[in-house]
Write a protein that binds this ligand. Structure first.
Ligand code: PLP
Length: 365
């Protein structure tokens, strides 16, 4: 069987180094806010190209704390509107509503699957203060048009980089393009921990300090609270594991590109659209989506032939029960996308042979 993602194999590839990192932490007797966290924050900031990284407990927390930090330092107010792609993982929108901000959902471009730059401005009102882009599927969502829109409308640009560690926009890494970026190190992500973990990257020292406090109950001095914060820490074990895996991230992303290239070049079924990316070297292929009207039938066929696939995502945020008030928004592009999307297996431990087997099955469908 070809698994969607063989996490055991992914981590076994660096097994000895991970074991010695874990042992180092266990022996140290220090499990939170210590040398591993500091080391990872420095190394990840260097990698992304920002002056600050703040380790937090998850990608969702990173998103929530960025917006909360912007509120605390007076750059956003509750009730402000935040532009966000309508086709994203639930957490992106949740972080907005959790902060008492208002999500303004923008349709994706059906050819890139990223937020449609030509449809952003129609959603802007005097209350619109920020644009949250999502580098969905590990593909860069940033464009010159988005740069122009942020400049002309004075919008704060925030990145959800949960799926795009290592992705490039020109010569810069995603995660360094706006006021701040959220990163998830959920085990299945390109840079994955052995549990929950996340981080914020930013060049803004004031925002970094606020986020650091907010993740530590709102405190920078023990038992003194400036904000009503929360407990959101990147623990030492996860930080130590991430330091090992960060060293292999670029090589692992190259291995993902190898699979993506085979899918892009060799899938040739008339009923299947393969969303291609102009410059493959820039993208990190967290997921590999294809589109077809016969999605459920294709998924079943691949399953019967031993290939695991997933759907990202079966139900868009505005169709979720908890967002009933968004359900009536006209978002036909998003809905059509969610009805047709199927994610093929892709990972650094998937060989070319396996990729070609998937292609052969699809072309014979
Ligand atoms: C995974 C993910 C998140 C949330 O990260 P967690 O670490 O699971 O909280 C947020 N946004 C996107 C786009 C994601 O893929």
């Amino acid at each position: 069987m070809i698994k969607f993602l063989d996490l055991q194999k992914v981590n076994a590839a660096h097994g000895e180094e991970i074991k010695s990192a874990v042992n180092r932490v266990v022996r140290s007797g220090w499990y939170l806010h210590g040398a591993e966290n500091e080391g990872f924050e420095r190394e990840y900031a260097d990698y992304i190209g920002t002056s600050h990284t703040i380790g937090v407990a998850s990608g969702l927390d990173a998103l929530i704390l960025i917006l909360r930090g912007l509120i605390e330092i007076g750059r956003l107010q509750r009730g402000d509107e935040v532009l966000v792609p309508a086709n994203t993982f639930f957490a992106t929108v949740l972080a907005i509503t959790e902060n008492g901000l208002v999500p303004k959902l923008v349709e994706p471009d059906p050819s890139t699957l990223q937020i449609d730059g030509s449809r952003i401005e129609e959603q802007i009102t005097p209350r619109t203060k920020a644009l949250m882009i999502v580098h969905l599927y590990g593909r860069c969502a940033m464009t010159q048009e988005i740069e122009r829109i942020c400049r002309e409308h004075d919008l704060l640009l925030i990145e959800d980089n949960a799926q795009a560690h290592g992705c490039l926009y020109g010569s810069r890494r995603t995660g360094s393009l706006g006021v701040a970026a959220a990163h998830s190190f959920y085990p299945g992500k390109n840079l994955g921990a052995l549990g929950d973990a996340g981080a914020v990257t930013t060049d803004d020292a004031e925002l970094a300090a606020a986020i650091r406090m907010l993740g530590d109950y709102g405190s920078s001095e023990k038992y003194v609270y400036k904000y009503t914060g929360r407990n959101s820490r990147l623990d030492e074990l996860q930080a130590a594991v991430l330091r090992v895996k960060l060293r292999y991230l670029d090589a692992d992303n190259d291995l993902r590109r190898r699979v993506a290239r085979i899918y892009c070049n060799e899938i040739s079924h008339p009923d299947i659209t393969v969303p291609r990316t102009p410059d493959m070297r820039n993208n990190v292929y967290h997921l590999f989506p294809i589109l077809t009207e016969r999605r459920d039938e294709l998924q079943q066929y691949l399953k019967e032939n031993g290939v695991e696939t997933l759907i990202h995502y079966p139900i868009p945020p505005h169709r979720q029960e908890c967002y009933r008030d968004l359900a009536t928004l006209p978002l036909p592009v998003t809905e059509r996308l969610h009805a047709r999307e199927l994610s093929l297996p892709i990972s650094p431990v998937m060989g070319e042979e396996e990729a070609r087997r998937v292609v052969a099955l699809i072309n014979a469908f």
